[in-house]
Design a binder for this molecule. Structure first.
Ligand code: HEM
Length: 472
């Protein structure tokens, strides 16, 4: 199976939407403020389960839209709808008293308003306000019903299981959501679809929340889905800030840092496409930036790491490890591992974005400094990360530090193998069409790289915290 190139998919350019750039920006600001207010009003546990449900729904729908086959697609779409049922079930079974399925269903429906516009502007449209109203009412009614039914099934079970506290669960949802975002971003780069949608924050002149689903094909689908998931990440992180706010201290501070980074990351993603602040689709006004593509790719992994650290803070781990290490020696190796991974990330992102597209007779050309640097640094990073992981995994009794150490040790070995597979796939390709095995291997390598960087970042921060004295 080969993926149609972005250019193949850029078939029709619809007429520009009357809702312009200013209106869209106002929508972002007002939407953000409303989300925050609303998140403070809903019970935190309902919020966390509702967001978990919605992120799972979107992820399954994204896979279904990759057209894995008629039957698999139907099953995945059914699975996406069943997520709300599962959310209600979890609310009933695992968080009785603190959550209820109806509210979980309503949270999910509210977040899903972000994508409902894509269905409203399809060719079959028309009907004035009637059709949008029916869609929105239907969304809320079905979600509420599924949440209620799930809750009733969950409550019928006698044994009760416990979930982590709401801020921790919300942090886990944000971490999972950002990881999915990193995978989708990797596919955008992997399928060379970064410029499939020429303008930003509009998409082909449309308000991006109203861009019709029927036009999301080929490269446009990957790029536009990445943008929509970006909105979901932003909303999830806002809800995380709302949940962490009352905890104060590091949890509040880190969730705010995360929010700021997500805003910067989204803006960089847009500027990578347009090169400057313009809503124009005219190529004379646009100057896409490869340098920003590299920065955006790198910052995405840092955002993921900060989300993990903020979740540790929300769960109380950040406070509990303080002063528990006997000496400062524990922090040197993780710090070295983090530094090696950041260098490796820069070289990898440069390799990815600076390589030329293969022709029918010649493979991709990669700048020698990036290729040789990435391969050489891979060995250095492997050794340093493995040793850091092993020492932290074995030589301390601080549980999160041990767990992160072990995770690093195992994933760096797998990453070496994935790196070899990705490089072979890139060098083997001939022609412009990107084969699925190339995009999958480079994306898997990039996503595991993000897991490594995030683990190293969290490990380093916790190791410094553990070896800092407790002051009274
Ligand atoms: C929290 C939000 C976001 C995260 C975590 C994120 C993450 C990523 C990652 C990891 C990649 C792959 C980079 C690589 O392969 O080196 C990527 C690619 C990309 N992202 Fe994002 N992204 C976010 C938001 C956005 C937004 C809002 C846009 C708006 C247009 C955007 C546009 C792009 C583009 C165009 C690419 C492909 C770059 C290329 O291949 O040239 N991203 N993103």
């Amino acid at each position: 199976m080969t993926m149609p190139l972005a250019q193949d998919a850029a078939v029709m350019t619809p007429a520009p939407d009357p809702l312009g750039l200013g209106a869209l920006l106002a929508l972002f600001v007002v939407g953000g403020a409303v989300t925050l207010a609303w998140a403070r009003w809903v019970r935190p546990m309902n919020l966390a389960i509702g967001f978990a449900t919605t992120v799972a729904m979107w992820t399954l729908s994204f896979i279904a839209m990759l057209q894995p086959g008629q039957a698999a697609g139907e099953v995945l779409f059914a699975g996406a709808v069943a997520c709300v049922l599962a959310g209600g079930f979890v609310a009933g079974r695992m968080a009785p008293g603190a959550a209820n399925g109806l509210s979980v269903g309503l949270v999910s429906a509210t977040v899903n308003l972000l994508v409902i516009g894509a269905f409203l502007r399809d060719e079959q449209g028309g009907g004035g306000l009637y059709r949008p109203a029916m869609y929105v009412l239907g969304l809320f009614a079905v979600s509420a019903l599924l949440g209620l039914v799930g809750d009733a099934i969950g409550r019928a079970r006698t044994s009760v299981r416990r979930l982590p506290a709401a801020p921790t669960l919300m942090g886990i949802v944000a971490v999972a959501n950002i990881l999915v975002m990193i995978v989708i971003g990797g596919l955008v780069t992997g399928y060379e679809a970064g410029l499939a949608v020429p303008d930003w924050p509009n998409s082909f002149g449309h308000n991006m929340l109203l861009y019709p689903i029927s036009e999301m094909k080929g490269g446009i689908f990957y790029e536009h889905a990445h943008r929509l998931f970006g909105m979901l990440v932003g909303t999830t992180v806002l809800a995380f800030v709302a949940c962490s706010w009352r905890l104060g201290g590091a949890a509040r501070a880190l969730s705010l840092v995360l929010l700021a980074l997500v805003i910067v990351q989204g803006t960089l993603g847009g500027l990578r496409v347009t090169g400057n602040l313009t809503a124009s689709m005219d190529s004379r006004d646009l100057s896409p930036s490869t340098a920003l593509a590299i920065v955006h790719g790198m910052l995405g992994q840092v955002v993921f790491g900060v989300a993990l650290l903020a979740t540790f803070a929300a769960s109380g781990v950040w406070d509990s490890v303080r002063g528990r290490a006997a000496s400062g020696a524990i922090r040197m190796l993780p710090t070295a591992a983090l530094a090696a991974l950041v260098c490796q990330l820069f070289l990898g992102a440069s390799m990815r974005h600076l390589q030329s597209t293969p022709t029918a007779d010649a493979g991709a050309k990669i700048p020698a400094w990036a290729l040789h640097g990435h391969v050489t640094m891979a060995l250095v990073a492997f050794i340093v990360v493995f040793i850091a992981g092993m020492r932290c995994g074995r030589l301390t009794d601080i549980r999160p530090v041990r767990a992160l150490g072990k995770a690093l040790m195992h994933s760096v070995s797998l990453q070496l193998l994935l790196g070899i597979a990705a490089l072979v796939a890139v060098l083997l390709r001939r022609g412009e069409s990107v084969p699925w095995w190339e995009a999958s291997s480079t994306t898997a390598h990039q996503a595991l790289g993000a897991v490594l960087l995030a683990s190293a970042l969290a490990l380093t921060a916790l190791a410094w915290r553990a070896s800092s004295p407790v002051t009274r």
